[in-house]
Design a protein around this ligand. Structure first.
Ligand code: CU
Length: 457
């Protein structure tokens, strides 16, 4: 496996060649070849989800700086870099971004390099970086490196550590990363943060974490207040109607994939107004790191819900022991749904004069106006209308399997998308055959082919 990481960055550099060549990188996504398979990584595996203190043959080799497994940020690309001697050069552009957060909802967010959240920056502990930052926003901004220990003039706080970067201007940040861990970059301006200006900054350790993992995924949690028939987030709002992982609401979130028996790392990052208790189904995990870096193994304890406070990162690891499509979601009830307000407009269901036939009629006309394939009622009792409180979830089930279809959804049960909303994704723990089938689909599928693909149902 030595060289995998080097190859990854070489590939990325080729994709991103040129000052503003990032868009190609964004569309290209993270090359699949960067994923280590569990078989390749066999020596690094442990069967305890809580790791092991013992020395290990693979780790005893003490290979430095080229074994790190790149993190994959579903629905968000990596930022490529160029080299100038030993210095890694990244180009970061702050700019307005149109982000499709659901099949029927595109918002006017702000982000970086055409992406919201911004593209993921991955470096190696010890790297020297130069970040050429350009502001294409209509107002001044700066870049703050959250959690990094660096000279004050690199801290990215307007007036305190630097002059604000005016529209059209550039600013060069340069520093050495002596830490390892899960950090992030963001505008140090509250409203700009709420417009989406955040991205992952991952510093891979000089020596691999133990035990090693086979999959490494990142999720950024964001919430949005977008009024009906509007596209601009209301950054002054204190209530939110859209909840996203990596800039998309379920079921548009791309499922994570894990080979059965592999060890998975999940890095979660929250920068918004709310805390989010993120829950994993069917498995127990341990928190192996925070926004401050790797946590000592003595602190790891089993859990399956991690409370994500604002400005925190949490890194959890688990053994993908049980096959299935396992939910990963914020457990706040209102964060497990998408806003219906846009869809309903003046047809909002009035509970007082609600009848099943009328509700279904509304939902069906709605389904015709947006790309849903089917609207199913949950079965309801014959006397449902006589029960105070009815309906609650009875008319909420809207399948859109075909609209959100991609290789990662291959083989999911019919109408799976009806059970997924809001701040939600899944990890599909798959035996070799199914895992490999999806991987080969990913290799053959081109983004344009996926967009044009339609099912007759
Ligand atoms: Cu939440």
């Amino acid at each position: 496996m030595s060289g995998t990481r080097r190859r990854f960055f070489q590939d990325a550099a080729v994709f991103g060649a040129g000052l503003f060549g990032l868009r190609e990188t964004l569309h290209a996504g993270t090359p699949e070849s960067t994923l280590q398979s569990p078989h390749e990584n066999e020596n690094g595996r442990h069967h305890s989800p809580y790791g092991s203190r013992g020395p290990h043959p693979a780790q005893a080799r003490a290979v430095v700086r080229d074994h790190a497994l790149p993190m994959v940020t579903p629905d968000v690309a990596d930022l490529a870099h160029e080299m100038d001697g030993d210095i890694k050069i990244f180009h970061v552009v702050a700019e307005p971004v149109k982000r499709k957060i659901a099949p029927f909802k595109t918002i006017d967010a702000w982000g970086y390099n055409g992406s919201c959240p911004g593209p993921t920056i991955q470096v190696q502990q010890g790297d020297r970086l130069r970040v050429v930052f350009e502001n294409r926003l209509p107002e001044s901004t700066s870049l703050h490196w959250h959690g990094l220990e660096l000279p004050i003039e690199q801290d990215g706080v307007p007036y305190i550590s630097q002059k604000p970067v005016a529209p059209g201007e550039k600013y060069v940040y340069e520093f050495t990363v002596h830490q390892e861990g899960t950090f992030f970059y963001h505008a140090h301006s509250a409203m700009q943060e709420m417009m989406g200006q955040i991205g992952f900054f991952v510093a891979h350790p000089e020596r691999d974490y133990k035990p090693r993992v086979d999959h490494d995924y990142g999720l950024i949690l964001q919430e949005w207040a977008v009024l009906p028939s509007n596209t601009v987030p209301n950054t002054a709002a204190m209530e939110f109607n859209w909840l996203t992982f990596n800039g998309v609401s379920a079921p548009m979130t791309t499922p994570l994939l894990a080979r059965l028996g592999s060890r998975v790392r999940l890095r979660i990052l929250n920068l918004g107004m709310d805390h989010h208790p993120v829950h994993l189904h069917g498995h127990q995990f341990v928190v192996t790191g925070t926004e401050g870096g790797r946590a000592p193994e003595s602190t790891w304890c089993p859990m399956n819900t991690v409370l994500m406070g604002v400005a925190q990162a949490r890194v959890v690891e688990f053994e993908a022991k049980y096959p299935g499509a396992w939910m990963i979601h914020c457990h706040l009830p209102h964060h497990m749904m998408n806003s219906m307000m846009d869809l309903m407009r003046d047809r909002q269901i009035q509970t007082a004069d609600q009848t099943e036939a009328k509700a279904m009629g509304q939902m069906e006309s709605l389904a015709r106006s947006v790309p849903f394939q089917h609207v199913h009622p949950f079965p309801v009792a014959p006397d449902a209308e006589s029960v105070p409180g009815f309906p609650q979830d009875a008319f909420m089930e809207m399948g859109m399997d075909d609209v959100v279809e991609k290789p990662e959804t291959y083989g999911l049960p019919r109408n799976w998308s009806a059970g997924m909303m809001g701040m939600m994704t899944m990890i599909r723990v798959l035996p070799d055959k199914e895992y490999d089938a999806i991987l080969s689909k990913k290799k053959t599928a081109s983004p344009s082919a996926q967009e044009e693909h339609h099912h007759e149902s």
